[in-house]
Each structure stands twice: as C-alpha cells, then as structure tokens.
Design a protein around this ligand. Structure first.
Ligand SMILES: [Ca+2]
Ligand SMILES: [Ca+2]
Length: 265
C-alpha cells in the first residue's frame, strides 16, 4: 500500500468517525435522487368552445423527469423541463414545458407551468388528429412526499432504487392542466376552444441515491458498504464503483463517497 492510499484510508476513517449527518427533509431526499418517476393512471378532460368533448385519459406511460434549477425558477434544484408530449401524449409537440418548483414545506413541493404560443400543433382527439393553435397552457401539480421502503421503482422507469412516494394533494384546485387556443388553428371567434384536465390520479416515485453521489452498491444509503466497495475496487475500472463514469476507480470516487457519507435516500 503506497503512502497516498494510506493517507486516503486515514482520511476515510476520520470522515466516517466525525461524519455529522445533517437532518434531511423529504424534499432534500427528493432532490438527492435527481429525478422523479412520473405516471398518470387516469385523468378527466373537458373541452369546450369550438368543439365539446369530455372523457377519461386512462393510463399513461411512465416518464422520468430530471431535476434542475432553471433560469426562471426559485433555485430549488427541483425544476423540470421536458417536451409537452411527455406529459400529455395527445399533444404531438416537442415544445419544452418548464415546470417551476416551489417548496411548500419539508414534504410538499408544488410545480407550476405557464407556457404561451405553442403554435399550431396536431392534437389527437378521440382517435382523430386535429390541428390546434395553443396560445396558453397552465398547469399546477402539488405533490406530498412520504417515505417508503427502499425498493425498485414500482413504475419500472428508473434505473435506481426509490425511497419516496409522491401523491397529489389539494384536489383539482392544486392539480390540473388547462390549454386554450383555436381549434383548426383558425382565428375565428367560434373556434376558440378551452381544455381542462383534472381529477389526476398519479403514481410517482423518487428519492433513493444515484451512483454519482457515492451510492455504488445500489441501495438507498451512502455508508461503509459503499466505502469498502470503492476501496476494494480502487485502481480498477469496475463500472459499478466508478461514481463519475470516467473509466477509473480512484481518489475522486473515494472522495465522492466520503463527502456524501451518511446520506440516506
Ligand atoms: Ca449504498
Ligand atoms: Ca471514477
């Protein structure tokens, strides 16, 4: 064992002994996970104006939404940006929707979307594709987090384990999507059409800890198991122990484990 590795081991031991695990809120755990597994199980839609329709969406496909801090956001690290079709599959547009996060309390996050001028986009309505000039989309989602046992994503979407469930609270006032514009993309008054999606039922999961935070053994904690795995694979190219995917297990990966030691997903 060379000198630098000895020093790292000493440093490692000190970090483990003195590691003060700060209390993490459920919102912190959501952020640490890096993404949300999002799945709509059902929702109702009501369209009025140029056409009148209502019905149920039924079950959608699960989607992984990645967290970031967007320029228009509140620096929560929980904003989400994605093509609008990932949320509402009947809108065939890659318009990037920006859901801005607000932390309501230690276990509740609200996301708000306001998008204008999506242009003339194809929308699938009851099996037919109709062009819709969408001038305004608004949406709000308020999700309450609760801790669940560390487990594989029940939606089958994330490639890490999850430790949080996120369910909508506040009813239709807090969970909806509206779209307004002109059906057939025609700016005549009788083509003005508004749509509202509500009664949203969802299964969302998050939390857990990615490999990039030093959780190399795929559970929901950064602890001595991860430290030992990195030390035993030190100097190899073991992909599971390579926290930053640079092809080497070295000091950088060890420090990643140490700096995040004590984190719980
Ligand atoms: Ca671990
Ligand atoms: Ca590495």
């Amino acid at each position: 064992m060379n000198f630098s590795r000895k020093m790292l081991l000493v440093f490692a031991s000190m970090c483990v002994v003195f590691s003060a695990v700060q209390a993490q809120t459920l919102v912190d755990k959501l952020r640490n996970g890096g993404s949300l597994s999002f799945k709509i199980n059902d929702a109702t839609y009501d369209v009025t104006g140029g056409i009148t329709l209502s019905g149920n969406f039924g079950e959608g496909d699960p989607v992984e939404f990645f967290f970031e801090s967007l320029p228009n956001g509140n620096n929560t690290g929980l904003d989400i940006r994605f093509p609008i079709r990932d949320l509402i599959s009947i809108i065939d547009s890659d318009f990037e929707a920006e859901f801005i996060a607000t932390i309501i309390d230690d276990s509740t996050v609200e996301w708000n979307l306001r998008a204008t001028d999506l242009g003339c986009v194809p929308v699938e309505i009851e099996g037919s594709v109709v062009n819709f000039r969408i001038d305004l989309v608004t949406s709000k989602l308020r999700l309450r987090l609760s801790q669940i046992a560390c487990q594989a994503d029940p939606n089958g979407e994330l490639n890490r384990k999850v430790s949080l469930s996120a369910v909508p609270i506040g009813g239709n006032a807090m969970n909806f999507l509206t779209a307004g514009g002109y059906i057939f993309c025609s700016e005549l008054p009788f083509f003005v059409t508004n749509a509202r999606i509500e009664n949203i039922q969802m299964s969302n999961y998050g939390g857990g800890l990615p490999k990039s935070l030093g959780n190399v053994n795929g559970d929901c904690a950064v602890n001595d198991d991860d430290l030992l795995q990195v030390l035993f694979n030190f100097g190899t190219n073991d992909p599971a122990s390579d926290t930053n995917d640079d092809g080497q297990v070295n000091d950088v990966d060890l420090l990643t484990v140490l700096f995040n030691f004590g984190l719980q997903g």
